[in-house]
Design a protein around this ligand. Structure first.
Ligand SMILES: Cc1cc2nc3c(=O)[nH]c(=O)nc-3n(C[C@H](O)[C@H](O)[C@H](O)COP(=O)(O)OP(=O)(O)OC[C@H]3O[C@@H](n4cnc5c(N)ncnc54)[C@H](O)[C@@H]3O)c2cc1C
Length: 417
């Protein structure tokens, strides 16, 4: 594939941009692969890329029932941070954050990672104690996170209302300066291009309808709407549909699939320099490079595969934004959408082997898996290649729901994605 560079852009500008080829190939599926990954989101495409790049396994197919990046990867609000509470979480999210820092160079594709800072507002003594506990845990583990006074929070984010008469006064904030945002579609496209370049097959409009096993129970391949495709190793990375796919292998997983909504405003001039979230008032906001405010909150409180969500959730979210930023009261909203997130009881992901030999699961990223994309993909590739989890993902097993060794990140992951 052609390398993107300033020289290539200049050359194509002079040639009427006739030299750019497709970003990735669209081959017919082979009968047999060394590994199949189900789900063409950032996690699945990234895992295929790292399988090829770091493990030399290139006879790989990513099967996507729709178009790549059309799931949660292309629907999320792109918040990136690593300030979680427990070591198992800090390990994987920080691994991911480090990969984000160099991802555009690694993929030769601009994913527009922008470390503009993620600020979490504290409104009461409970928030303050909880955030300070996180800050201390993070700093002891070598991860940046700091406490700001209300005045420092306002200096970092000038539109913030810190007046004492505000309905939800602010008594401080936690700030992770290395946190930020990235361009979501670019992540899917960048991984797809780089994986395809190394020989991976990306097969869109290919829905997996069954998982086949031999008489010993081992995986032999998958049934799809384009026929049977064989593989001794199958990785599931299908976010909100993970439990549907696991059911095809007769395994029940502790996941709930719920709608999570987001919305964007009309574009405005640059006014909002960072990401701000409030768990208590229940909303978060940032500004995209196009100028739109990107806004979201928590999940709808029922299970569904509708990819829409209830109106009452977004009206409540906008009420909350207007409480925090009264100056935005007259801004108009332009679009709303939903995605289906896969939520575990302890709000931590599952990445590991399953009771079915040859079947590997990467799921349960819920409302917060975009930030984890490079790290999760990198470690999922290790799992598929070696058949055992990487040290950094060793605690994220399915087994923990049987043993009770849960990783309770509810406080870090509720509204704050
Ligand atoms: C509104 C919203 C806001 C969010 N905000 C944030 C945020 O700010 N920060 C953050 O870190 N995370 C956020 N998330 C969560 C994040 O988007 C996800 O955790 C992450 O994108 C999951 O990536 P993925 O590659 O696992 O899944 P996806 O991108 O959903 O990819 C899974 C793919 O599997 C495919 N698939 C499903 N079933 C089949 C089948 N039978 N056969 C073939 N293919 C199949 C789907 O079509 C889909 O493309 C948000 C999510 C939503 C919905």
């Amino acid at each position: 594939m052609r390398k993107y560079s300033v020289f290539a852009v200049a050359r194509e500008a002079l040639r009427g941009h006739k030299g750019w080829g497709p970003h990735w190939a669209s081959p017919e599926p082979r009968k047999q692969y060394d590994a199949i990954i189900i789900g063409g989101g950032g996690h699945g495409l990234g895992a295929a890329y790292y399988l090829a790049k770091e493990h030399g396994i290139t006879n790989v197919a990513v099967l996507e029932k729709g178009w790549i990046g059309g799931g949660n990867t292309g629907r999320n609000t792109t918040i990136i941070r690593s300030n979680y509470l427990y070591e198992e979480s800090m390990d994987i999210y920080e691994h991911s954050l480090k990969l984000w820092e160099n991802l555009s160079q690694d993929l030769n594709y601009n994913v527009m990672y922008s470390p503009r800072g993620v600020m979490m507002l504290s409104h009461n003594i409970h928030d303050q104690q909880s955030f300070k506990r996180h800050i201390n845990a993070n700093r002891l583990y070598g991860i940046d996170n700091e406490w700001l006074t209300p005045e420092q929070a306002k200096a970092y984010c000038p539109p913030l209302d810190i007046s004492k008469t505000a309905r939800y006064p602010i008594n401080g904030a936690a700030l992770q300066r290395r946190g930020g945002t990235a361009r979501h579609d670019a992540v899917a496209w960048g991984y797809a291009r780089a994986a395809s370049d190394r020989g991976v097959h990306i097969i869109q409009n290919c829905e997996v309808t069954g998982i086949r096993r031999d008489e010993t129970g081992r995986v032999t391949g998958v049934d799809t709407n384009r026929g049977f495709i064989g593989a001794k190793k199958v990785g599931i990375s299908a976010a909100g549909h993970s439990s549907v796919l696991m059911q095809m292998a007769d395994v029940r997983v502790p996941l709930q699939s719920q709608p999570l909504q987001a919305l964007v405003s009309e574009p405005l001039k640059p006014i909002f320099p960072c990401v701000v979230m409030s768990n208590s008032v229940h909303a978060y906001i940032s500004q995209s490079d196009k100028g739109e405010f990107v806004i979201g909150a928590g999940t709808d409180q029922y299970n569904s595969y509708s990819q829409t969500g209830g109106l009452q959730i977004i009206t409540h979210t906008l009420d909350a934004i207007c409480e925090l930023f009264p100056m935005f009261r007259r801004v108009k909203m332009m679009r709303q959408w939903g995605g289906i997130v896969d939520v575990t009881q302890d709000r931590s992901p599952i990445q590991g082997v399953t009771p079915v030999p040859g079947l590997y699961l990467n799921a349960g990223w819920g409302t917060g898996g975009f930030k984890a994309t490079p790290g999760s993909a990198n470690l999922f590739a290790h799992l598929i290649a070696r058949g055992e989890p990487h040290r950094l993902a060793a605690g994220l097993t399915l087994e923990r729901f049987r043993t009770g060794r849960l990783i309770d990140e509810a406080a870090a992951a509720a509204v704050a994605h």
